[in-house]
Design a protein around this ligand. Structure first.
Ligand SMILES: NC(=O)c1ccc[n+]([C@@H]2O[C@H](COP(=O)([O-])OP(=O)(O)OC[C@H]3O[C@@H](n4cnc5c(N)ncnc54)[C@H](O)[C@@H]3O)[C@@H](O)[C@H]2O)c1
Length: 354
Protein backbone atom coordinates (compact mmCIF):
# COMPACT_ATOMS: atom_id res chain seq x y z
CA UNK A 1 0.00 0.00 0.00
CA UNK A 2 1.13 3.53 -0.69
CA UNK A 3 0.39 7.04 0.46
CA UNK A 4 1.78 10.35 -0.74
CA UNK A 5 2.19 13.05 1.87
CA UNK A 6 2.09 16.58 0.44
CA UNK A 7 3.91 19.30 2.35
CA UNK A 8 4.80 22.97 2.11
CA UNK A 9 1.52 23.97 0.49
CA UNK A 10 1.65 21.01 -1.91
CA UNK A 11 4.99 22.01 -3.43
CA UNK A 12 6.72 18.89 -2.12
CA UNK A 13 5.78 15.34 -1.28
CA UNK A 14 7.17 12.17 0.18
CA UNK A 15 6.01 8.64 -0.25
CA UNK A 16 4.95 6.17 2.43
CA UNK A 17 5.18 2.47 1.53
CA UNK A 18 3.41 -0.05 3.78
CA UNK A 19 4.18 -3.70 3.12
CA UNK A 20 5.11 -6.85 4.95
CA UNK A 21 8.61 -8.21 4.21
CA UNK A 22 9.61 -4.81 2.81
CA UNK A 23 13.04 -5.20 4.41
CA UNK A 24 13.98 -7.41 1.43
CA UNK A 25 13.46 -4.55 -1.03
CA UNK A 26 14.79 -1.67 0.96
CA UNK A 27 17.68 -0.84 -1.36
CA UNK A 28 15.31 -0.29 -4.30
CA UNK A 29 13.03 1.94 -2.24
CA UNK A 30 15.95 3.96 -0.88
CA UNK A 31 17.39 4.34 -4.39
CA UNK A 32 14.19 6.14 -5.41
CA UNK A 33 15.14 9.04 -3.15
CA UNK A 34 18.92 8.77 -2.68
CA UNK A 35 21.66 8.43 -5.23
CA UNK A 36 24.65 8.46 -2.84
CA UNK A 37 26.55 5.66 -1.13
CA UNK A 38 26.93 6.46 2.54
CA UNK A 39 24.18 5.96 5.13
CA UNK A 40 24.21 6.42 8.92
CA UNK A 41 21.53 4.28 10.56
CA UNK A 42 20.34 5.46 13.96
CA UNK A 43 18.69 2.75 16.02
CA UNK A 44 18.34 1.48 19.59
CA UNK A 45 19.94 -1.57 21.20
CA UNK A 46 16.75 -3.70 21.00
CA UNK A 47 16.20 -3.08 17.30
CA UNK A 48 19.89 -3.42 16.55
CA UNK A 49 19.96 -6.83 18.20
CA UNK A 50 16.76 -8.02 16.50
CA UNK A 51 17.19 -6.54 13.03
CA UNK A 52 20.61 -4.88 12.70
CA UNK A 53 22.22 -7.62 10.67
CA UNK A 54 19.07 -8.14 8.54
CA UNK A 55 19.06 -4.45 7.64
CA UNK A 56 22.75 -4.46 6.90
CA UNK A 57 22.54 -7.51 4.65
CA UNK A 58 19.61 -5.97 2.79
CA UNK A 59 21.57 -2.74 2.13
CA UNK A 60 25.28 -3.56 2.03
CA UNK A 61 25.51 -4.34 -1.69
CA UNK A 62 24.46 -0.83 -2.66
CA UNK A 63 25.39 1.29 0.34
CA UNK A 64 28.08 1.82 2.90
CA UNK A 65 26.32 1.55 6.29
CA UNK A 66 27.40 2.83 9.73
CA UNK A 67 25.23 2.22 12.78
CA UNK A 68 24.65 4.63 15.64
CA UNK A 69 23.11 2.65 18.49
CA UNK A 70 21.45 4.32 21.48
CA UNK A 71 19.83 2.90 24.64
CA UNK A 72 16.13 2.08 24.20
CA UNK A 73 13.40 4.24 25.73
CA UNK A 74 12.32 7.80 26.37
CA UNK A 75 15.46 8.58 28.42
CA UNK A 76 17.39 8.64 25.16
CA UNK A 77 15.43 11.59 23.77
CA UNK A 78 17.82 14.07 25.39
CA UNK A 79 20.38 16.71 24.47
CA UNK A 80 23.13 14.44 25.83
CA UNK A 81 22.20 11.61 23.50
CA UNK A 82 21.79 14.10 20.65
CA UNK A 83 25.35 15.24 21.26
CA UNK A 84 26.49 11.62 21.15
CA UNK A 85 24.69 11.26 17.80
CA UNK A 86 26.38 14.40 16.39
CA UNK A 87 29.75 13.03 17.53
CA UNK A 88 29.10 9.73 15.73
CA UNK A 89 27.95 11.49 12.55
CA UNK A 90 31.17 13.46 12.63
CA UNK A 91 33.27 10.35 13.37
CA UNK A 92 31.68 8.63 10.34
CA UNK A 93 32.39 11.75 8.29
CA UNK A 94 28.75 12.12 7.23
CA UNK A 95 28.39 14.97 4.74
CA UNK A 96 25.38 17.03 3.71
CA UNK A 97 24.86 14.89 0.63
CA UNK A 98 24.74 11.64 2.66
CA UNK A 99 21.65 10.04 4.21
CA UNK A 100 20.48 9.21 7.73
CA UNK A 101 17.94 6.47 8.48
CA UNK A 102 15.76 6.42 11.61
CA UNK A 103 15.34 2.71 12.31
CA UNK A 104 13.18 2.15 15.40
CA UNK A 105 10.26 3.42 17.45
CA UNK A 106 9.09 6.96 18.06
CA UNK A 107 12.08 7.80 20.25
CA UNK A 108 14.56 6.92 17.51
CA UNK A 109 12.36 8.68 14.92
CA UNK A 110 12.04 11.95 16.86
CA UNK A 111 15.72 12.05 17.81
CA UNK A 112 16.95 11.15 14.32
CA UNK A 113 14.69 13.75 12.73
CA UNK A 114 16.06 16.43 15.02
CA UNK A 115 19.68 15.35 14.46
CA UNK A 116 19.06 15.27 10.69
CA UNK A 117 17.43 18.70 10.68
CA UNK A 118 20.32 20.32 12.56
CA UNK A 119 23.56 18.47 11.76
CA UNK A 120 25.42 20.48 9.08
CA UNK A 121 22.21 22.55 8.89
CA UNK A 122 20.21 19.65 7.52
CA UNK A 123 20.76 16.22 6.02
CA UNK A 124 18.15 14.08 4.27
CA UNK A 125 16.65 11.26 6.29
CA UNK A 126 14.31 8.32 5.84
CA UNK A 127 12.02 6.80 8.45
CA UNK A 128 11.90 3.02 8.84
CA UNK A 129 9.54 2.81 11.83
CA UNK A 130 9.36 -0.42 13.83
CA UNK A 131 6.87 0.14 16.68
CA UNK A 132 3.09 0.44 16.37
CA UNK A 133 3.18 4.08 17.54
CA UNK A 134 5.91 4.90 15.04
CA UNK A 135 4.21 3.09 12.14
CA UNK A 136 0.74 4.57 12.75
CA UNK A 137 1.69 8.01 13.94
CA UNK A 138 5.17 9.47 14.52
CA UNK A 139 6.71 8.48 11.14
CA UNK A 140 4.79 11.16 9.24
CA UNK A 141 4.14 14.82 9.94
CA UNK A 142 7.73 15.95 10.39
CA UNK A 143 7.64 16.71 14.10
CA UNK A 144 11.08 16.04 15.54
CA UNK A 145 12.14 16.61 19.14
CA UNK A 146 14.17 15.95 22.22
CA UNK A 147 12.95 16.37 25.79
CA UNK A 148 14.39 18.98 28.13
CA UNK A 149 14.46 18.76 31.92
CA UNK A 150 11.65 21.34 31.77
CA UNK A 151 9.37 19.06 29.76
CA UNK A 152 8.71 16.62 26.93
CA UNK A 153 9.40 17.55 23.28
CA UNK A 154 10.37 21.12 24.21
CA UNK A 155 13.23 21.40 21.69
CA UNK A 156 12.53 20.33 18.15
CA UNK A 157 11.76 21.26 14.58
CA UNK A 158 9.44 20.47 11.69
CA UNK A 159 11.56 18.44 9.29
CA UNK A 160 10.08 15.90 6.91
CA UNK A 161 11.69 12.62 5.85
CA UNK A 162 12.43 11.91 2.18
CA UNK A 163 10.47 8.65 2.43
CA UNK A 164 8.79 6.43 5.00
CA UNK A 165 9.26 2.68 4.58
CA UNK A 166 6.99 0.55 6.76
CA UNK A 167 7.49 -3.20 7.11
CA UNK A 168 4.65 -4.41 9.32
CA UNK A 169 6.52 -7.67 10.02
CA UNK A 170 8.67 -5.75 12.50
CA UNK A 171 5.63 -5.53 14.76
CA UNK A 172 5.72 -9.29 15.39
CA UNK A 173 8.48 -8.85 17.99
CA UNK A 174 6.89 -5.92 19.79
CA UNK A 175 6.04 -6.52 23.49
CA UNK A 176 2.39 -6.65 24.62
CA UNK A 177 2.95 -3.42 26.56
CA UNK A 178 4.08 -1.58 23.45
CA UNK A 179 1.29 -3.10 21.36
CA UNK A 180 -1.18 -1.71 23.92
CA UNK A 181 0.51 1.70 23.71
CA UNK A 182 0.01 1.63 19.95
CA UNK A 183 -3.57 0.39 20.25
CA UNK A 184 -4.36 3.41 22.45
CA UNK A 185 -3.32 5.66 19.56
CA UNK A 186 -5.18 3.60 16.96
CA UNK A 187 -8.36 3.79 19.06
CA UNK A 188 -7.81 7.55 19.22
CA UNK A 189 -7.75 7.74 15.38
CA UNK A 190 -10.98 5.74 15.16
CA UNK A 191 -12.68 7.96 17.75
CA UNK A 192 -11.74 11.28 16.17
CA UNK A 193 -12.30 10.44 12.51
CA UNK A 194 -13.30 6.94 11.51
CA UNK A 195 -16.33 4.98 12.65
CA UNK A 196 -15.53 2.08 10.31
CA UNK A 197 -12.04 1.71 11.84
CA UNK A 198 -13.77 1.66 15.23
CA UNK A 199 -15.99 -1.19 14.03
CA UNK A 200 -12.96 -3.11 12.68
CA UNK A 201 -11.28 -2.70 16.09
CA UNK A 202 -14.36 -4.00 17.90
CA UNK A 203 -14.23 -7.14 15.74
CA UNK A 204 -10.62 -7.98 16.55
CA UNK A 205 -10.64 -10.85 19.00
CA UNK A 206 -7.03 -12.03 19.04
CA UNK A 207 -3.48 -10.99 18.23
CA UNK A 208 -3.80 -13.08 15.08
CA UNK A 209 -6.87 -11.04 13.98
CA UNK A 210 -4.91 -7.87 14.63
CA UNK A 211 -1.96 -8.97 12.52
CA UNK A 212 -4.25 -10.09 9.70
CA UNK A 213 -5.64 -6.56 9.45
CA UNK A 214 -2.50 -4.66 10.38
CA UNK A 215 -1.49 -3.27 6.97
CA UNK A 216 -5.00 -1.93 6.48
CA UNK A 217 -5.06 -0.46 10.00
CA UNK A 218 -1.66 1.26 9.60
CA UNK A 219 -2.78 2.62 6.23
CA UNK A 220 -6.07 3.94 7.66
CA UNK A 221 -4.36 5.65 10.60
CA UNK A 222 -1.76 7.31 8.39
CA UNK A 223 -4.45 8.39 5.92
CA UNK A 224 -6.28 10.14 8.76
CA UNK A 225 -3.07 11.79 9.97
CA UNK A 226 -2.21 12.74 6.36
CA UNK A 227 -5.50 14.67 6.01
CA UNK A 228 -4.91 16.52 9.26
CA UNK A 229 -1.25 17.42 8.72
CA UNK A 230 -1.64 18.44 5.10
CA UNK A 231 -4.31 20.96 6.05
CA UNK A 232 -2.42 22.13 9.15
CA UNK A 233 1.29 21.38 8.93
CA UNK A 234 2.34 23.52 11.92
CA UNK A 235 -0.34 22.32 14.35
CA UNK A 236 -2.49 25.43 14.75
CA UNK A 237 -5.83 24.01 13.68
CA UNK A 238 -7.25 20.61 12.70
CA UNK A 239 -4.00 18.78 13.51
CA UNK A 240 -4.88 19.41 17.15
CA UNK A 241 -7.55 16.69 16.88
CA UNK A 242 -4.66 14.23 17.18
CA UNK A 243 -4.33 15.39 20.80
CA UNK A 244 -7.62 13.72 21.80
CA UNK A 245 -6.99 12.20 25.25
CA UNK A 246 -3.45 13.57 25.34
CA UNK A 247 -3.83 16.71 27.47
CA UNK A 248 -5.08 14.66 30.42
CA UNK A 249 -2.97 11.64 29.35
CA UNK A 250 0.30 13.59 29.41
CA UNK A 251 -0.60 15.04 32.80
CA UNK A 252 -1.21 11.52 34.16
CA UNK A 253 2.05 10.24 32.69
CA UNK A 254 3.98 13.12 34.26
CA UNK A 255 2.50 13.07 37.72
CA UNK A 256 2.93 9.29 37.92
CA UNK A 257 6.64 9.85 37.18
CA UNK A 258 6.05 7.93 33.88
CA UNK A 259 5.07 4.81 35.88
CA UNK A 260 1.70 4.73 34.05
CA UNK A 261 2.26 3.63 30.46
CA UNK A 262 1.56 6.10 27.64
CA UNK A 263 -1.25 3.98 26.14
CA UNK A 264 -2.95 3.61 29.49
CA UNK A 265 -2.60 7.32 30.33
CA UNK A 266 -3.99 8.40 26.95
CA UNK A 267 -6.84 5.90 27.25
CA UNK A 268 -7.72 7.29 30.69
CA UNK A 269 -7.48 10.78 29.18
CA UNK A 270 -9.90 9.87 26.36
CA UNK A 271 -12.34 8.37 28.88
CA UNK A 272 -12.20 11.23 31.38
CA UNK A 273 -12.75 13.93 28.77
CA UNK A 274 -15.55 11.97 27.09
CA UNK A 275 -17.31 11.15 30.35
CA UNK A 276 -17.41 14.88 31.16
CA UNK A 277 -18.23 16.15 27.68
CA UNK A 278 -21.11 13.65 27.51
CA UNK A 279 -22.41 14.87 30.88
CA UNK A 280 -22.14 18.53 29.79
CA UNK A 281 -23.96 17.78 26.53
CA UNK A 282 -21.28 18.13 23.84
CA UNK A 283 -21.10 14.38 23.14
CA UNK A 284 -23.75 11.90 22.02
CA UNK A 285 -25.00 9.81 24.96
CA UNK A 286 -23.49 6.29 24.92
CA UNK A 287 -20.13 7.36 23.44
CA UNK A 288 -18.33 6.86 26.77
CA UNK A 289 -19.64 3.27 27.02
CA UNK A 290 -18.52 2.54 23.43
CA UNK A 291 -15.06 3.87 24.22
CA UNK A 292 -14.88 1.67 27.32
CA UNK A 293 -15.93 -1.35 25.25
CA UNK A 294 -13.16 -0.89 22.68
CA UNK A 295 -10.53 -0.41 25.42
CA UNK A 296 -11.82 -3.59 27.11
CA UNK A 297 -11.49 -5.40 23.80
CA UNK A 298 -7.74 -4.75 23.92
CA UNK A 299 -7.40 -5.23 27.70
CA UNK A 300 -6.29 -1.66 28.21
CA UNK A 301 -6.58 -0.71 31.90
CA UNK A 302 -8.52 2.39 32.94
CA UNK A 303 -9.60 2.47 36.57
CA UNK A 304 -10.61 6.13 36.76
CA UNK A 305 -10.56 6.02 40.60
CA UNK A 306 -6.77 5.78 40.29
CA UNK A 307 -6.48 9.32 38.94
CA UNK A 308 -6.41 12.59 40.84
CA UNK A 309 -8.03 15.74 39.48
CA UNK A 310 -5.79 18.20 41.33
CA UNK A 311 -2.62 16.51 40.06
CA UNK A 312 -4.00 16.44 36.51
CA UNK A 313 -4.89 20.12 36.77
CA UNK A 314 -1.48 21.14 38.04
CA UNK A 315 0.24 19.56 35.05
CA UNK A 316 -2.30 20.82 32.52
CA UNK A 317 -1.73 24.38 33.73
CA UNK A 318 2.01 24.05 33.13
CA UNK A 319 1.51 22.75 29.56
CA UNK A 320 3.03 24.68 26.64
CA UNK A 321 -0.21 24.36 24.65
CA UNK A 322 -2.11 26.29 27.25
CA UNK A 323 -2.24 29.83 25.80
CA UNK A 324 -3.73 33.09 27.12
CA UNK A 325 -5.63 31.46 29.97
CA UNK A 326 -7.52 29.26 27.54
CA UNK A 327 -6.93 25.68 26.59
CA UNK A 328 -7.90 23.78 23.46
CA UNK A 329 -9.63 20.55 24.40
CA UNK A 330 -10.47 17.87 21.85
CA UNK A 331 -13.97 16.50 22.32
CA UNK A 332 -15.97 13.85 20.50
CA UNK A 333 -19.28 14.69 18.94
CA UNK A 334 -19.75 10.95 18.67
CA UNK A 335 -17.51 8.01 17.73
CA UNK A 336 -15.79 9.01 14.47
CA UNK A 337 -16.39 12.77 14.82
CA UNK A 338 -14.42 15.25 16.88
CA UNK A 339 -13.89 18.97 17.32
CA UNK A 340 -11.66 21.49 19.10
CA UNK A 341 -13.24 23.41 21.99
CA UNK A 342 -11.40 26.42 23.39
CA UNK A 343 -12.12 26.45 27.13
CA UNK A 344 -11.17 29.14 29.69
CA UNK A 345 -8.79 27.72 32.28
CA UNK A 346 -11.20 28.58 35.10
CA UNK A 347 -13.71 26.07 33.66
CA UNK A 348 -11.19 23.26 33.24
CA UNK A 349 -12.39 21.35 36.34
CA UNK A 350 -15.64 20.51 34.58
CA UNK A 351 -13.75 18.57 31.90
CA UNK A 352 -11.08 16.74 33.86
CA UNK A 353 -12.88 15.22 36.81
CA UNK A 354 -12.18 11.46 36.67
N1 LIG B 1 6.80 12.96 16.10
C1 LIG B 1 5.55 12.63 16.32
O1 LIG B 1 4.64 13.06 15.60
C2 LIG B 1 5.22 11.68 17.43
C3 LIG B 1 3.94 11.13 17.51
C4 LIG B 1 3.67 10.20 18.52
C5 LIG B 1 4.67 9.85 19.41
N2 LIG B 1 5.90 10.42 19.32
C6 LIG B 1 6.98 10.05 20.24
O2 LIG B 1 7.21 8.65 20.10
C7 LIG B 1 7.74 8.15 21.33
C8 LIG B 1 7.01 6.88 21.68
O3 LIG B 1 7.14 5.96 20.63
P1 LIG B 1 7.46 4.42 20.87
O4 LIG B 1 6.46 3.84 21.80
O5 LIG B 1 7.68 3.80 19.55
O6 LIG B 1 8.80 4.53 21.73
P2 LIG B 1 10.20 3.78 21.63
O7 LIG B 1 10.94 4.22 20.45
O8 LIG B 1 10.82 3.96 22.96
O9 LIG B 1 9.82 2.25 21.42
C9 LIG B 1 9.22 1.54 22.48
C10 LIG B 1 10.01 0.28 22.80
O10 LIG B 1 9.75 -0.68 21.80
C11 LIG B 1 10.97 -1.23 21.31
N3 LIG B 1 10.71 -1.61 19.93
C12 LIG B 1 10.45 -0.80 18.88
N4 LIG B 1 10.19 -1.53 17.80
C13 LIG B 1 10.31 -2.83 18.16
C14 LIG B 1 10.15 -4.06 17.47
N5 LIG B 1 9.79 -4.11 16.19
N6 LIG B 1 10.36 -5.21 18.16
C15 LIG B 1 10.70 -5.16 19.47
N7 LIG B 1 10.84 -4.05 20.19
C16 LIG B 1 10.65 -2.89 19.53
C17 LIG B 1 11.99 -0.13 21.50
O11 LIG B 1 13.29 -0.64 21.57
C18 LIG B 1 11.53 0.47 22.85
O12 LIG B 1 12.02 -0.29 23.90
C19 LIG B 1 7.59 9.26 22.35
O13 LIG B 1 8.83 9.88 22.59
C20 LIG B 1 6.64 10.24 21.68
O14 LIG B 1 6.85 11.59 22.09
C21 LIG B 1 6.20 11.30 18.33
Amino acid sequence: MKLDIYIEKNTMKYEVIIKNALIQNLSEEIRNVYTGKKIAVLTDENIFELYGSKLESSLHEQFYISFIVIKPGENSKTLNVLEFVYAKLSEYNIQRSDLIIAFGGGVVGDLTGFAASTYLRGIDYIQIPTSLIAQTDSCIGGKTAVNLTQGKNLAGSFYHPKAVLIDTDFLLTLSDKHIKDGMGEIIKYACIKDLSLFQILMNIKSKQDLFEDIEEIVHTCLSIKKQLIESDEKDNGMRMLLNFGHTIGHAIEKYSGFQIAHGEAVSAGMLIITKNSERIGYTEIGTYEKLKAVLDNFNIQYNLDDYNKEEIKKYILSDKKNLNNNINLILLKKIGESFVRNVPINLIDEFITP
